[in-house]
Ligand binder design. Structure first.
Ligand SMILES: Nc1nc2c(c(=O)[nH]1)N[C@H]1C(S)=C(S)[C@@H](COP(=O)(O)OP(=O)(O)OC[C@H]3O[C@@H](n4cnc5c(=O)[nH]c(N)nc54)[C@H](O)[C@@H]3O)O[C@H]1N2
Ligand SMILES: Nc1nc2c(c(=O)[nH]1)N[C@H]1C(S)=C(S)[C@@H](COP(=O)(O)OP(=O)(O)OC[C@H]3O[C@@H](n4cnc5c(=O)[nH]c(N)nc54)[C@H](O)[C@@H]3O)O[C@H]1N2
Ligand SMILES: [Mo]
Length: 743
């Protein structure tokens, strides 16, 4: 009998009752079974790469995490967690966790054997010294790290690399770089209003974001705004759960957002609804932008590009321009396109010309890093004396000129490769090639692009080390895996790129099995490096994670949070004391002109248009658009692998429109092949009219028992922007195409 039918049986028998919250309790348990005094209570913070970065209260008894809840002190988390957050205890105690260091005899063979920490670290240290000896430098060691854990002390992974010498880094981000650059060109920084002030908006456009799944705690502000009379417009090619919560749901052609925003801007201009004071006093280039709109943009053109009727565009544009304040939430999903940065600039322009920048309840909301002013003590580490590094720019294939370097030691740096082309860059890097890859807080096989190419790239590597909690596909392609702690097993501190709360993360339980934190792993590597070759690694060799967390704080952080000491955060998270809930309320922009730049010469100098002009999308190379956005029951490759989560989401599906299914002879739940020049996946189909007729939709996720990976279909085409602020262009995750057939 399955667990579920067993529970159903108990309910039917009257032994269990269902509470309104869905929890089951024994019928005879009326005598207050829950007493807080029975638990030790700890403060934690969800370190996932998520808008919400929830403040958590953890209940521990006998050294075991019994359950977690959202911290009530944060008005943002407001006592609740998302479905993944509530599953945390299962993540910690999952029988599938990697328990001790292991070595795989023959990469991909599955012949794993347990080794001691000392044996694992000794092997790695010997290999690093060997390649340093052979190449005369450590550029053959590459780090790939992204967003597995955003706790501040986890930047110690980068610190570990620096403390070994100059190495190769996969730089950039697959997530949001095109939009970051766009906002930097327009405003001089990426800086959004406090999401909590969205409730004061009179008009909210959620543009290419799906907060009902990806930022559940923000939805209460959207609902509050609506209750106060605001209209909610959701713009997404897919009819998402967020779309269904709005008043208007537009499903434009994917990648047509720039045209749509410019069409709206043209109508605002025609109606004379431009905020003349703002564009004259606080902006540069508006007249040139207006000339561009008059000469190159019509509402009919925008309608043709986007598929949204011209009258609708006019109506929403007028409503948006007359409601004060009005705001646009610019999602990360919509900028993952070859024209994504250009589209964000067009949307910024619409918000700015209607006078909504710098206003409480207004703003072009994308993200911010205002609360991230920590010391980065764990990260900032010195290279050992005499280290040889990289000088200047990599050649077209990432080659490194050692002779040029020898002349200019002061200018040594790490070698940067584009994280969004990880597979290609690993294949191409020369002099030296990448020999050892260290993967931490990162799952390249699940999250980077072109899985088949990734396999080839990994085959070229001499050693792969993964620091992980679970046996992911990347671990399967590794030689050594090191078990890492979860958030409950270490100290750190967490900030959000969306809201303004900062949370302490206390160690609530002892590390499980033989797990170590990322910084303890760095310390142990240092010990082994120095034992074999004194002076070869500068990383401290004994680390107390609590002391290291403490070293991240400074006066600026205390002042911003209005606290005297980090210990104050043990009482609960603290919110930054900003002068206003609105970003840019003083209208002092950080652009070269100090004003909002409709015309950005900086942007032009980087090879883009100076004005927020329309940029064409990617040409289709297969019949249907392929979208692979984020799932409710997973965050990237995390959580969907837990047995608890399998209750909700057992397998992946490709979602397609009835018309497309009909044309292809596909019935609901048929097994199909989705394929394109990059590769192929097999999965079952679900037929739904929430997906447009020219689109195939599947969610990225990693299921422990299934051989499913969306990256078989997603190539590494670059987005237009991102290189300016993040070191590499973004990636056009949603400019992908594929075909489908019954399997
Ligand atoms: N097709 C497609 N691809 C995408 C996206 C998409 O929408 N579609 N989205 C992109 C986006 S927005 C992002 S942000 C990236 C995310 O890409 P990643 O950052 O690689 O994603 P995650 O799966 O969240 O985390 C990677 C790994 O970190 C591990 N981990 C967790 N905690 C720790 C820790 O404390 N230490 C260490 N060492 N490891 C830890 C997890 O177990 C997990 O396997 O993916 C991108 N890729
Ligand atoms: N549950 C859950 N929460 C998460 C995450 C997760 O994986 N799961 N990931 C976290 C991370 S790393 C990130 S980056 C954020 C992502 O947060 P969001 O940006 O909200 O989510 P995405 O799923 O990446 O994309 C949002 C929407 O963009 C749409 N989209 C794609 N192309 C276009 C386009 O051309 N135009 C328009 N208008 N829309 C388009 C997709 O259909 C999708 O519904 O969420 C964070 N929170
Ligand atoms: Mo992301």
């Amino acid at each position: 009998m399955s667990r579920r039918s067993f529970l159903k049986g108990l309910i039917a028998s009257g032994a269990l009752a269902t509470l309104p919250c869905g929890l089951l309790m024994p019928r005879n348990a009326s005598a207050a079974p829950f007493n807080k005094a029975d638990f030790q209570i700890f403060r934690n913070a969800c370190p996932r790469n998520c808008y919400d970065t929830c403040s958590i209260v953890t209940y521990v008894r006998d050294g075991v995490v019994k359950f977690v809840e959202g911290a009530p002190e944060s008005t943002y988390t407001a006592g609740g967690l998302c479905v993944k957050g509530y599953a945390y205890p299962r993540r910690v105690y999952s029988p599938d966790r990697i328990k001790y260091p292991m070595v795989q005899d023959g990469r991909g063979s599955g012949n794993w054997r347990r080794v001691s920490w000392d044996e694992a670290m000794e092997r790695i240290a010997r290999k690093l010294l060997e390649i340093k000896e052979k190449d005369g430098n450590l550029l053959g060691l590459a780090l790939t790290k992204y967003s597995g854990n955003f706790g501040i002390t986890n930047y110690g992974v980068e610190g570990m690399m620096s403390s070994l010498g100059y190495t190769t880094r996969l730089v950039g981000t697959p997530c949001w770089p095109a939009g970051i650059d766009a906002q930097n060109y327009d405003l001089g920084d990426m800086w959004c209003n406090d999401p909590e002030d969205m409730e004061k908006s009179r008009y909210v456009i959620i543009w290419g974001a799906n907060p009902a799944w990806c930022s559940v705690h923000s939805m209460k502000y959207v609902y509050a705004a609506r209750e106060r009379g605001a209209k909610i417009v959701v713009i997404d090619p897919v009819l998402t759960q967020t779309s269904t919560k709005g008043d208007v749901a537009w499903q434009p052609e994917t990648g047509s957002d720039g045209a749509l925003a410019l069409g709206m801007a043209r109508h605002v201009l025609d109606l004379g609804l431009v905020d003349r004071d703002f564009v004259a006093s606080n902006a540069v280039g508006f007249e040139e932008f207006a000339t561009y709109l008059r000469s190159s943009v019509t509402v009919e053109w925008a309608a043709e590009k986007s598929g949204i009727p011209a009258d609708e565009i006019r109506r929403v544009a007028e409503e948006f321009a007359t409601a004060k304040p009005a705001t646009i939430w610019i999602g990360y999903g919509m900028q993952r396109h070859v024209n994504g940065g250009a589209a964000v600039r067009a949307i910024d322009a619409l918000v700015a010309m209607t006078g909504n920048v710098g206003k409480v309840g207004g703003g072009a909301r994308y993200g911010h890093l205002q609360t991230w002013g920590f010391n980065y003590h764990a990260m900032i580490q010195k290279a050992p004396a005499g280290s040889i590094g990289f000088v200047g720019k990599a050649g077209p294939k990432g080659e490194f000129d050692v002779t040029a370097g020898a002349a200019a030691t002061a200018a040594y740096t790490d070698r940067a490769l584009n994280i969004n082309k990880t597979a290609q860059e690993l294949l191409d890097a020369q002099n030296p090639p990448v020999r050892v890859l260290w993967s931490s807080c990162k799952n390249p096989f699940a999250q980077d692009f072109d899985r088949n190419k990734m396999e080839k790239a990994f085959n070229k590597l001499e050693m792969v080390v993964s620091v992980e909690q679970f046996f992911t596909e990347t671990v399967r392609h590794s030689d050594i895996v090191l078990p890492v702690t979860t958030l409950f097993e270490e100290w750190t501190v967490n900030a959000s790129y969306w809201h303004y709360w900062v949370s302490l993360n206390e160690q609530a339980i002892a590390p499980m099995h033989e797990a170590k934190s990322n910084i303890e792993i760095a310390a142990l590597l240092s010990k082994h490096m120095n034992r074999l070759s004194p002076g070869s690694c500068t990383y401290p060799q004994d680390i107390d994670t609590r002391e290291w967390m403490e070293k991240e704080f400074n006066k600026g952080v205390y002042e911003l949070l209005g606290i005297n000491h980090w210990q104050d955060l043990r009482k609960g998270p603290a919110k930054a004391k900003m002068p206003s809930s609105a970003s840019w309320s003083d209208r002092k922009f950080k652009t070269p002109s100090g004003k909002y730049e409709f015309r950005s010469d900086l942007c032009a100098s980087h090879g883009h248009k100076a004005l927020p002009e329309y940029k064409e999308g990617r040409k289709p190379y297969a019949p249907y658009r392929l979208l692979t956005p984020h799932s409710k029951f997973a965050i990237h490759s995390q959580f969907a692998n837990l047995d608890w989560m399998e209750e909700f989401q057992k397998e992946p599906f490709v979602y397609l429109n009835p018309a497309l299914a009909g044309a292809k002879g596909i019935a609901d739940l048929d097994t199909v092949r989705v394929f394109n020049p990059t590769g192929e996946v097999k999965l079952r189909a679900k037929i739904t009219d929430t997906v447009p007729g020219d689109c195939l939709l599947m969610y990225e996720a990693w299921f422990r028992k299934l051989n499913f990976n969306v990256q078989n279909l997603v190539d590494d085409e670059s987005a237009d922007m991102g290189a300016y602020k993040t070191g590499a262009p973004g990636v056009a995750i949603h400019d992908q195409f594929a075909d489908v057939a019954r399997a």
